[in-house]
Design a protein around this ligand. Structure first.
Ligand code: PLP
Length: 463
């Protein structure tokens, strides 16, 4: 039976002559349309063979299938989503949003030629690092700086430059794994540095470092614990206490700050997270941090330190493979320039704005949106505006709870998990979580201009 049906499938060439298909080929290349037709027919063959269909779709349906398959294929894979998770620096959802003025600068230098590596004053080859080095030093107080692709690259470069085939001493409590299976011991291995672990998971003392030093030691490394905290019976050694030990033995102190921030979060009612400025003032010779975590800029790895170390990093051949792209550089420069005024940064950098947004404002927005949803779709679901807890994300301030407000939706005619997947499949997709059979939409990470869209998408799904 299936074999008879298989024989009645029209030939690709015949379908290529259908009127609707000819129309498709006016806008899309013939080879692509042909490939789509083959894919659609392959799908049909499979369905016939596993007997999930016993009749062929008619010509009109087949045309529609080809058209929608083509439309699907032409859509970009990378697209905007609405983040309703309440996790501000959400690595899976692209970490930080760029401010409008940042995008303008990126666009400006991307659609034209630029002085990326050209010194306009002397008319000769320049350095791409020059565009941000001054401002990074200005904000942090560092003597020199350079930027690479991301912080993982920054760590790799510093370790390779200072500690290749030599020992780097790290506390056992700091051998962290962050998201995406980035593990400090693995990165050290690839950099050529030899890991020398000291202390125990919860306690490391100054003498642990001092005892481990030998003639092959190059650096003492400190790593921000990123996404976890050890509490209870703990002891770690701050960089300022390591400086005298390092000086005595002619070693460098390298601190991987992870997120890195220029703003004192304690000024905004949040937990204390050491700033880059404070960390540098403690005396580390070189510090690395991300551009797109708490800093709120594009993906980048920033290295600050003494001129000698930064010059050595710049001269390292590996730097070429880790180098930052011009669009990123433009985004970073524009983001950094907002930090010249820290008050302004908190208001204009989306990541900071969301993290410091007062609960009272979020509450008002939640109640308003909840009322609108109830007015339109009260018979399809229960909507309530309730307290919820968001997170900073990105491995920063891991135990900081961000008191927030969410719309909680308890659908009456479908399951919460069906609603969650419908939201995820909408255009744009809305990424939400489920708690106790209810959908949670945390307003902290939803942009105000997305509220109307959410209203329309939800009513469309529920109706
Ligand atoms: C996030 C993080 C990194 C990696 O930074 P990316 O910019 O994601 O490459 C490295 N070290 C620590 C401690 C981190 O938190």
């Amino acid at each position: 039976m299936p074999h008879k049906l298989l024989k009645t499938i029209p030939a690709v060439d015949e379908i290529l002559g259908y009127k609707a298909v000819l129309t498709l080929m006016e806008k899309s290349p013939r080879d692509l349309v042909k490939k789509i037709i083959q894919d659609v027919l392959d799908g049909l063959r499979k369905e016939i063979l596993n007997e999930s269909i016993d009749i062929l779709p008619d010509k009109a349906i087949l045309e529609l299938m080809i058209k929608s398959c083509l439309e699907q294929r032409l859509k970009p894979s990378l697209k905007r989503v609405i983040n309703a998770t309440g996790v501000v620096v959400h690595t899976n959802l692209g970490r930080s949003l760029m401010a409008k003025q940042v995008m303008d600068h990126i666009a400006g230098v991307s659609v034209s030629y630029s002085n990326l590596e050209f010194d306009l004053d002397i008319g000769e080859r320049g350095s791409r690092h020059s565009h941000v080095e001054k401002i990074i030093c200005e904000i942090t107080g560092a003597k020199a700086a350079m930027v690479v692709n991301n912080n993982a690259a920054a760590v790799l470069l510093v370790l390779n430059t200072l500690s290749k085939d030599k020992e780097a001493i790290v506390s056992r409590g700091e051998l962290v794994e962050i998201g995406g299976s980035f593990r400090i011991p693995e990165v050290m291995k690839w950099s050529g540095a030899i890991l020398c672990e000291v202390g125990s998971t919860n306690r490391t003392h100054s003498h642990d470092y001092e005892d481990a030093i030998n003639e092959n030691t190059a650096i003492i490394m400190k790593v921000h614990q990123s996404n976890f905290e050890i509490t209870g019976f703990t002891k770690s050694v701050i960089a300022s206490d390591l400086i005298p030990i390092a000086r005595k033995h002619n070693l460098f102190v390298f601190e991987d700050l992870g997120s890195g921030n220029f703003i004192k979060f304690s000024d905004y009612g949040l937990k204390t997270e050491p700033t880059v400025q404070e960390t540098l003032a403690q005396g580390a010779d070189v510090i690395t941090f991300s551009g797109d975590k708490l800093l709120g800029g594009p993906q980048a790895g920033i290295i600050i330190g003494t001129k000698e170390i930064i010059d050595r990093c710049k001269a390292n051949q590996i730097a070429r493979a880790l180098r930052i792209d011009k669009m990123t550089l433009a985004g970073l420069e524009a983001t950094l320039s907002i930090y010249r005024d820290l008050q302004k940064a908190v208001k204009e950098i989306p990541t900071l704005k969301m993290i410091t947004m007062p609960e009272s404002i979020i509450k008002k927005r939640a109640i308003k949106l909840c009322d609108k949803l109830s007015m339109i779709a009260a018979d399809k679901a229960d909507f309530t505006a309730e307290a919820t807890i968001g997170r900073v994300g990105g491995g920063a301030l891991p135990t900081q709870e961000l008191k927030s407000r969410a719309i909680k939706i308890a659908p009456k005619k479908m399951s919460a998990s069906d609603l969650e997947s419908a939201l995820r499949g909408s255009s744009p997709p809305i990424i939400a979580r489920i708690e106790e059979e209810k959908i949670i939409l945390d307003l902290r990470t939803i942009q105000p201009d997305e509220e109307e869209e959410i209203l329309q998408i939800i009513t469309k799904i529920l109706l």
